[in-house]
Design a protein. Sequence first.
Length: 91
Amino acid sequence: MHIEKIEYGPEKVGLWSQVAFVSIILLTLVAAGLTGMIIWKIILSEPAEASTRQFIEDTGKLMAYLLFVMAAILYLYVKGLLQDEYVTTLE
């Protein structure tokens, strides 16, 4: 029988964690804006316009930007705010 012990590293403090927190807030607002733009564009477009290549490309670009912003938020959260965990196995 083995038991796993979880230890937590030091709490993340300092300039990097503060910059990460502010950046996460700003990027969350950007993500909300991009999501709103995508929804607004889809709802208000005419069916004839929505089936054009330009519309699909523009919507795809907005979705790519949204994916990039969400990845940046996740990266900043993991690197800047999430506390490290160390798992050791006890026999």
